[in-house]
Design a protein around this ligand. Structure first.
Ligand SMILES: [Mn+2]
Length: 451
């Protein structure tokens, strides 16, 4: 309608249409390259708890999320190039649970939606002959009789995963929204920390502000007060607030349309040394964001993070040597033992971070950096996290104290800073030809101007 402002849902629907066309195109290419005529993707099954009548919270399979934002078990997408994809939607006849309503929304018009009561009736809604169809998903009891050509063929899955790195305009819109929700949660968490709340209460504040339950988040939040910030994937969520409050490290993201945000912030309760160290790490993080543009080898960004970390260690007098010596002796890896970032999308650590090409071959990590999750050269449309860190991790410090690195570390400074745990500052970046769009900082700015 000329002159009318498109509703967000209308806009999203248009974006989804173009996105699905691209998914169909690259899936058709992958099928052709691997010798299949069609693709069947399962959303996943509910997994029963051992000797119990309950199931684990449902997690939808990533290859299914490629096609729809639907997060229901036992649904199938069947795609044959040139035809509208079929969605077999499972609506069990069950009076113990509320059956899901048939899907409705900006994306459903692009599918041939067929409602089924169970897997058997789903099979009846699919093409009779699946003999040239590749199937992606778990095997289930009656799966053997479905007659598919291949089950999770590695070569095809690799082709499909490779293409996921470059995000469409629709995917970027979802990632922006996931960041907006995440920023809202982070601001609530920051207020809860300032109010002296426990880790558990900070998580509740985060969830309430995002409007999501824990199982709807892309990953379990890491909410660490004080020295617990040194545990990279800290999971405890203490229910009692500690007697003394020094710092908060919160790594938590939200999800929209199946797409994740992955955001970390670190706060100091006081405005002393640790607060200055956070400000310094923020400068480092922003400098590293300036490295990001199409054509850049991510391994170089990671190594740059180590050079900048060495400078922080020298300036903050955490080492007794200069930055070059700290770097050469591997001391930065004591304080920054993880990768500086990873691909982000339908999975928080998105697929395909090492792939040289869809056909095969991995790009190796730099020697001595075993936890880097991305080694590819950035292309326009990649979405990556930028998450430098600096931590006081007891087992790594102990190991350094036992070898020739011991004399390079200022142990009294380490002792003074240990109670703060560590620092991580993490934003999500959409790579452009000449730089990047910082989805997270934009989201924080928008949320702050809203309130
Ligand atoms: Mn991350």
């Amino acid at each position: 309608m000329p002159g009318a402002t498109p509703s967000p849902a209308g806009e999203l629907s248009k974006l989804f249409g173009r996105h699905l066309e691209a998914v169909c195109h690259r899936s058709a290419e992958a099928l052709r390259a691997c010798g299949y005529q069609a693709l069947l993707v399962h959303s996943g099954s509910l997994l029963p708890v051992f000797q119990d009548d309950r199931t684990y919270p449902f997690e939808v399979n990533a290859p299914f999320k490629v096609w729809t934002p639907l997060a229901e078990p036992d649904c199938f997408v069947h795609f044959q190039p040139g035809q509208r994809p079929i969605l077999a939607f499972s609506q069990p006849g069950d009076y113990w649970y509320k059956p899901p309503a048939p899907p409705e929304g900006y994306w459903t018009g692009y599918f041939d939606v067929r409602i089924c009561a169970d897997r058997e009736s789903a099979r009846a809604l699919l093409p009779l002959d699946l003999g040239t169809t590749a199937y992606l998903g778990e095997a289930f009891a009656e799966f053997g009789s479905w007659g598919v050509a291949a089950h999770n063929p590695a070569r095809l899955m690799r082709h499909l995963d490779f293409g996921r790195a470059i995000k469409s305009a629709y995917e970027l819109a979802c990632l922006r929204e996931a960041n907006r929700l995440g920023a809202r949660g982070h601001l609530a968490a920051q207020r809860a920390f300032a109010a002296g709340e426990s880790e558990f209460a900070i998580e509740l504040a985060f969830l309430a502000a995002c409007g999501l339950r824990e199982q709807e988040l892309p990953y379990n939040p890491i909410i660490a007060l004080n020295e617990s910030g040194s545990v990279l994937h800290y999971q405890v969520l203490e229910k009692h607030a500690p007697a003394e409050r020094h710092s908060l490290l919160i790594d938590a993201g939200a999800e929209f349309g199946g797409y994740a945000s992955d955001i970390t912030r670190t706060y100091s309760a006081g405005d002393g040394d640790f607060s200055a160290l956070i400000a310094h790490m923020d400068t480092v993080q922003q400098a590293l964001c300036k490295d990001v543009r199409a054509g850049v080898d991510w391994r170089e960004v990671h190594l740059h993070a180590h050079r900048l970390t060495a400078e922080v260690l020298q300036e903050a007098e955490i080492v007794t040597c200069n930055a070059e010596q700290a770097l050469a002796a591997g001391v930065t890896r004591v304080f920054l033992p993880h990768g500086v970032g990873h691909l982000l999308g339908l999975q928080v650590h998105d697929a395909g971070g090492f792939m040289r090409s869809p056909e095969g071959g991995d790009i190796p990590r730099p020697e001595g950096h075993p936890y880097l999750r991305l080694t590819r050269t950035l292309e326009e449309g990649f979405v990556v996290t930028m998450e430098p860190g600096l931590y006081f991790i007891d087992p790594l410090l102990e190991a350094a104290r036992a070898d020739k690195r011991a004399s390079l570390i200022n142990w009294s400074r380490v002792k003074a800073l240990r109670r703060f745990g560590g620092i991580r500052i993490e934003d999500d970046l959409a790579v452009t030809a000449t730089g990047c769009e910082n989805l997270t900082r934009e989201a924080f700015r928008a949320e702050l101007s809203r309130s």
